[in-house]
Design a binder for this molecule. Structure first.
Ligand SMILES: *Cc1c(COP(=O)(O)O)cnc(C)c1O
Length: 398
């Protein structure tokens, strides 16, 4: 099936981008390892140098393997185009560079993924682009920060580590009235739970590394764009010489086919863990927008159709030895960067150090959890033993 338009996202991501009968009926597309791609004649060679060429000209510019994955992602998002790049971070860098030039101003949420901030502060600044960070909960108040040279507004909801939901439709309305482009990092929401283009976003970046791949074994990113911005995005990716390897593209596409069913389990486990943690005396607050206690719960309900398995919680202040006793004895939660795989993870975070437009005032340690696909009772039992160790270590330190 080429283009199952009008169907549910979960249907599109099963079928889009596959053409079995072009490949002997084989369900999944073949993996083309290619640098050189031969043209059959002088006339075709000459036409292959033109911008509107529909075939394949060079491995870096696209192969049937990359095209099939990109078609699937574009169909999943209902985007005009999607382009795969070598990591989620590369998707952020290329998307920002596609819309910004020297002398421009960009507004970036204060809750952005930290490497995004670093890119703005260390790369965009060098090329004469000024960044202003804004309160993620600013909503239509973003109007007060728009300057005559504000060319882009960068959003990310929920906030990295801190899980604020942004009023992206309100922000997009203001941005568009000022002629600015709206970008969003939709790695948490995915196309399944946040319909970014319907909410006014022009360019979506997503770390394929996380849920699309889903198995903690691929680094990749994707940029999905409206027809207006697609050519500039593709051109910028080309200027950077950025592309993805064929085996990774294959794995990402395979992950895409099962993403909806995996996410259901990540979501259910994450919500269950969040509710359980909310009832623990050692916990100061749980940052999960799916909880009614979350300050942005109503906004999340309005704009999202679900959650993934990633959320944070904040412990009441405790000795470091108690934190170490909690974390070091966990058997099911690995400690490491990234998320979106089949396995559960836990990681300490320090938002205080990453903020400039707003402050982070929770005194206790923040921990970010990724709920994997394990049985929920086992995930809870592991944390429960962790709290036993935490309390014993806290008593010993007192
Ligand atoms: C991981 C992540 C990225 C970067 O993806 P990589 O593939 O690791 O470069 C970008 N945004 C968010 C929200 C992420 O969690």
């Amino acid at each position: 099936m080429d283009d199952p338009k009008g169907m549910a996202t979960r249907t599109r991501l099963v079928h889009a981008g596959r053409r079995p009968h072009d490949n002997h009926g084989v369900v999944n597309p073949p993996v083309y390892h290619a640098s050189t791609i031969l043209q059959p004649s002088l006339a075709v060679w000459e036409s292959s140098r033109k911008a509107d060429f529909k075939g394949y000209r060079y491995g870096r510019a696209g192969t049937p393997t990359s095209r099939s994955f990109e078609e699937a992602v574009a169909a999943m998002y209902g985007a005009a185009d999607a382009v795969a790049v070598s990591s989620g971070m590369a998707s952020i860098a290329c998307a920002l560079m596609a819309v910004l030039k020297a002398g421009d101003h960009v507004l970036v949420t204060d809750s952005a993924y930290y490497p995004t901030r670093k890119f703005c502060d260390q790369m965009l600044a060098r090329f004469g682009v000024e960044t202003t960070y804004y309160d993620p909960r600013i909503g239509a108040g973003i109007a007060g920060l728009m300057k005559s040279n504000t060319r882009a507004v960068y959003t990310e909801a929920p906030g990295s580590l801190t899980f604020e939901i942004q009023d992206i439709p309100a922000i997009a309305e203001v941005a568009h009235a000022h002629g600015a482009v709206v970008l969003t990092d939709n790695t948490w929401g995915t196309a399944l739970h946040f319909d970014a283009f319907a909410k006014g976003v022009d360019i979506v970046v997503e770390a394929v590394t996380k849920y699309i791949c889903g198995h903690s074994d691929v680094m990749m990113g994707v940029i999905a764009s409206t027809a207006e911005h697609a050519p500039a995005v593709r051109a910028m990716v080309g200027l950077h010489g950025n592309c993805s390897g064929p085996d990774d593209l294959y794995l990402a596409q395979r992950g895409l086919r099962t993403m909806a069913v995996r996410l259901k389990q990540n979501e259910a486990n994450g919500l269950e863990l969040a509710r359980w943690l909310e009832g623990r005396p050692e916990v100061a607050t749980v940052l999960h927008p799916g909880l009614p206690s979350h300050p942005d719960h109503a906004l999340w309900q309005r704009d999202f159709t679900g959650a993934c398995g990633l959320f944070s919680f904040v412990l009441k202040p405790l000795p470091r030895a108690a934190l170490a006793a909690f974390l070091d004895g966990l058997t099911l939660y690995g400690m490491g960067a990234s998320w979106g795989g089949f396995e559960s993870l836990i990681l300490p975070g320090d938002p205080k150090a990453l903020r400039t437009a707003t402050s982070w005032d929770e005194p206790g340690q923040l921990l970010r959890i990724h709920a994997g696909l394990e049985e929920i009772a086992d995930l809870i039992a592991d944390l429960d033993s962790g709290f036993e160790r935490l309390n014993a270590a806290a008593r010993a330190a007192a």
